[in-house]
Design a protein around this ligand. Structure first.
Ligand code: SF4
Length: 338
């Protein structure tokens, strides 16, 4: 079981439904690039979704299906990586119980996401004690996700380093308490993520209705881009624009255009030889071209939902085998009755 010489990576995503360009650039492209060098475990974290949406589960199955479709069409390869559904690997829940026994409460309380949530609830004058027991324990569940595979590395953005730090602390505490160097102390694997704003200039997100989905068709993509914020001082087509003040559209050009594209748009904008409508049309074309292979693959996978489901089940079975091995070792070290 421990015969792979590759370092292990664990990461996951909540099943939020169809994924958008921000997920693709910020997470999926990175995962694809890690698959050859590392032994990767990628989780659809449906238990984590329940920590905040325990009473909104009607779309859960569809959301899971959409996430796996977007992963596969983006190039996450089930022959290289283990793709699994968190709730199909119950060993994670068992390990979570053992880890929750050794984790001091104040370690969990210092979690920045929980602090933010408590602040939001206070601002909305909601009772902070309404935070559920499950939500309060989510940093420990996240640690269990990582330690279930005794992962070495966790790919994260700078804002999530604190979560990995807590996982390191809990792994170290387990090893110290039971006197055995069993769990790796997982390290954050920092990734440079190009920040893609939503079309309205705010953070891109499904709930803000400002995103471009990977599965959107070409026309929808074009219509959405038409709503993107430009240089607000450029009112008429013959006003000269300034790409530096173009709040969203030129930022997208920086990500999706070549150097030649950017130079051409920049000078055409400054001389007013191109209007914003035409500029957006060209950008939509660029993005559609780049997403075309992914969308084609997704459309073909959508026709075989049973095969897609099978991929997730097979991955979950594979994840279970590894997780059981790690859990058995931990249970032995704790000296539980067997
Ligand atoms: S022409 Fe393009 S870059 Fe210039 S302001 Fe309009 S949308 Fe932005």
């Amino acid at each position: 079981m421990e015969n792979s010489t590759k370092k292990r990576i664990m990461s996951g995503m909540r099943p939020t439904g169809k994924l958008h360009l921000g997920h693709y650039l910020g997470v999926l492209k990175n995962w694809v690039s890690l698959q050859d060098e590392y032994e990767c475990y990628f989780s659809i974290a449906d238990w984590h979704a329940l920590t905040t949406k325990y009473n909104q589960t009607s779309s859960m199955k569809e959301d899971v299906q959409n996430v796996i479709l977007d992963w596969l069409s983006s190039g996450i390869d089930p022959k290289k990586s283990t793709l699994y559904l968190q709730s199909l690997v119950p060993q994670t829940a068992q390990l979570h119980i053992y880890l929750s026994m050794i984790t001091p409460q104040n370690w969990v309380e210092r979690d920045p996401t929980l602090k933010d949530l408590a602040k939001i609830m206070k601002d909305k004058q909601e009772n902070v004690s309404n935070l559920s027991y499950g939500l309060f324990g989510y940093p420990v569940l996240m640690t269990a996700d990582i330690l279930t595979f005794n992962a070495h590395l966790v790919p994260v953005g700078i804002d999530q380093v604190a979560h990995v730090e807590l996982s390191r602390d809990i792994a170290r505490r387990f090893n110290n308490i039971y006197g055995f160097d069993y769990f790796n102390e997982p390290e954050p694997k920092l990734t440079q993520i190009p920040l893609l704003k939503g079309l309205d200039g705010n953070k891109m997100g499904k709930s803000f209705n400002n995103d471009i989905k990977l599965s959107d068709d070409e026309k929808t993509t074009e219509n959405k881009i038409r709503t993107g914020i430009t240089d607000r001082n450029r009112i008429r087509k013959d006003d000269k624009g300034n790409p530096d003040n173009c709040e969203v559209i030129f930022d997208y050009w920086k990500i999706f255009g070549s150097d030649d594209d950017k130079n051409e748009i920049c000078s055409a904008c400054k001389s007013a030889s191109i209007g914003c409508a035409e500029c957006k049309k060209r950008l939509a074309q660029k993005i559609n071209e780049q997403l075309a292979p992914l969308r084609e693959k997704r459309a073909s996978l959508e026709k075989t939902p049973d095969i897609v489901k099978e991929i997730l089940y097979e991955g979950s079975n594979k994840a279970q085998t590894k997780a059981q091995y790690v859990l058995d070792g931990a249970v032995d070290i704790i000296k539980m009755y067997k």
